[in-house]
Design a protein around this ligand. Structure first.
Ligand code: SF4
Length: 363
């Protein structure tokens, strides 16, 4: 179908702006579908500036699909440590093995095949198809959703299926023939640099002549937001159990939140349990790990916010009394080599150095 004057106007203004202002990013210097796939997975829920060093390190460690597929998940998680949303790393690793076994070690170039891989949704597939294979595939990441909602003053929330489908239609209808790659990149850059969530710079925007959101005088009211859900607050007690130059760690089950990462033994506790925290921790370690410990000292509280809950972690130095139990006694020097979540890495870096052998004996 021939593009309308509006579509043509949006396309040419956005492409011209991108040519002058587009960001110079490492994954834009390659056509390697593997590198582009890695970058798109990392960019899900994470800002460009955070992703850049991780992307470089990841490709240095796993330069090909073959090398990724042949590596241990633990090494992949270690390389991902600090980037968060670890299911992305597990999905990449799992999908690389499928690619090796069923796709001759190559990233596929069809929507159907891409969607069959874990961790790839329609927008990530569209980005891979347009950036690596120059196919005319739309994207609908957070930036595109925001720009299109504002451009067309879309009255529903993108969380609703009907509105999401409408946004997909807009995204698809705007792709200029033969220019899906720069057009989709331009949408991403405009969303990060100009059409930002809280403070859109409309006078500087190449699309302001066409933008209904800007015309309304309140562009930031788009996209329409669903009422915020209150996220639950979880409290936990964590035991740092040190024996000589070793410390006890557990590995989380491979699936689910932070799957495959290592952590200090911990248990959920009720809010405001106060002095019963210590008893709860002793009982949990006895039950879950089959070992007796004595709580020596309260070491502090750490906080962490995840996408679906807030965590308050009470940390205690404990002494092993008896029982072999589960878990692994890890040499302190080996802690750096294991993948730990952010909050457990903080414990390793800040609490453990406070437990000198002398203090261990005297406490
Ligand atoms: S004019 Fe403003 S609201 Fe509209 S797309 Fe540009 S920055 Fe976003």
């Amino acid at each position: 179908m021939k593009p309308t004057l509006l579509q043509k106007g949006i396309q040419s203004k956005l492409l011209r702006w991108f040519k002058k202002n587009g960001r110079d990013l490492p994954w834009r210097k390659t056509r390697d579908p593997y590198a582009i796939w890695v970058s798109e997975i990392m960019l899900q829920q994470t800002q460009v500036a955070t992703v850049v060093p991780y992307f470089q390190k990841f490709l240095k460690t796993f330069p090909t699909i073959h090398q990724l597929a042949k590596s241990d998940l633990s090494k992949v998680l270690k390389t991902w440590e600090g980037l968060g949303y670890y299911s992305r790393a597990r999905n990449l690793h799992g999908a690389s093995r499928i690619l090796l076994n069923h796709f001759r070690g190559k990233v596929p170039d069809t929507l159907k095949d891409l969607l069959s891989l874990s961790g790839i949704g329609r927008s990530t597939a569209g980005a891979i198809l347009s950036f690596a294979f120059h196919k005319e595939a739309p994207i609908l990441d957070g930036n595109a959703k925001r720009i299109l909602s504002r451009l067309f003053a879309v009255s529903g929330s993108p969380e609703e299926r009907k509105t999401e489908q409408l946004l997909w239609k807009f995204s698809e209808s705007l792709i200029p023939k033969g220019y899906s790659n720069p057009f989709n990149q331009a949408l991403m850059d405009l969303g990060s640099m100009i059409c930002t969530p809280k403070d859109p710079q409309c006078p500087k925007c190449p699309l302001h002549d066409f933008c209904k959101g800007y015309g309304s005088g309140k562009p930031e009211k788009y996209p329409v937001k669903e009422p915020k859900k209150k996220i639950p607050h979880i409290e936990s007690a964590t035991a740092v159990i040190k024996k000589g130059e070793k410390v006890l760690l557990n590995q989380r089950p491979p699936e689910g939140l932070l799957g495959g990462l290592w952590e200090f033994p911990n248990c959920r506790v009720g809010l405001k349990q106060g002095p019963r925290l210590r008893l709860g921790l002793i009982n949990a370690i006895k039950k879950e790990m089959g070992m007796d410990v004595e709580v020596k000292k309260f070491m502090g509280i750490f906080y962490q916010t995840y996408s679906h809950f807030k965590l308050t972690m009470h940390i205690f130095h404990c002494r092993h009394l008896n029982g072999k139990g589960k878990g692994k006694w890890v040499p302190l020097k080996g802690l750096r080599l294991l993948p730990l979540s952010k909050i457990h890495r903080r414990i390793a870096d800040t609490i453990i150095p406070k437990l000198s052998p002398l203090r261990e004996r005297n406490q």
